[in-house]
Design a protein around this ligand. Structure first.
Ligand code: HEC
Ligand code: HEC
Length: 142
């Protein structure tokens, strides 16, 4: 390998491992060596947003406008479905999880949420009071 290429690689590695991206934005893990455990991220308070949150594009999983820090999703329970299931949504005045959520990967419609959609927060995220890491002018689709 040419000497200049090796020098370039060393410079790049130094930038990457120093914890600061080229743009001056600090990496989320801070300036910690990759061999160290990363610090737990700071816990931010979840927000309640009045009304639903506009989607940024057509088939986006809608954002969650309420807190979910008390909800549990595990082998035994999925407390989201206390409000978002076919049986409960009317009484709880909550939107029903879409029909797509009951379809298995083989296209079968089942009575309970498909395992593909069981971990709701894999796709639906709550909101926190957080500034964007980089200033931007993104505007979602209306
Ligand atoms: C106590 C009842 C309740 C529980 C439990 C609950 N929700 Fe909701 N959810 C609601 C209601 C009511 C709304 C309608 C907006 C509002 O009033 O906050 C809503 C709105 C939403 C929306 C927005 C839908 C849209 O079309 O914009 C999503 C996504 C959602 N919830 C996901 C979840 C997930 C994921 C969980 C579990 C981690 C959960 N919810 C637990 C009651 C609940
Ligand atoms: C793999 C991604 C994914 C997972 C996991 C998932 N959803 Fe969704 N969800 C979506 C998408 C995409 C939409 C919008 C289109 C649709 O309805 O399929 C949606 C729509 C919704 C809506 C709004 C329906 C409407 O008519 O406006 C609710 C409420 C909801 N999901 C609740 C849930 C709950 C509760 C869970 C967990 C049991 C869950 N979702 C799991 C992707 C997901």
């Amino acid at each position: 390998m040419k000497k200049s290429i090796i020098t370039l690689m060393v410079v790049l590695a130094t930038i990457v491992f120093s914890g600061t991206a080229v743009s001056g934005v600090e990496f989320l893990r801070g300036d910690q060596a990759l061999t160290e455990d990363s610090k737990a991220p700071e816990k931010k308070k979840q927000m309640i947003v009045k009304g639903n949150i506009d989607r940024s594009y057509k088939i986006q999983p809608p954002m969650i406008p309420h807190k979910i820090d008390k909800e549990q999703i595990n082998m035994k329970v999925n407390t989201c479905m206390k409000c978002h299931s076919e049986k409960t949504y009317k009484e709880k005045k909550a939107p029903k999880a879409g029909d797509s959520h009951y379809v298995t990967r083989d296209g079968k419609v089942q009575e309970t949420v498909s395992s593909r959609r069981y971990f709701c927060n894999q796709c639906h995220a709550p909101q926190v009071e957080a500034k964007p890491l980089v200033e931007n002018t993104f505007v979602g689709a209306k």
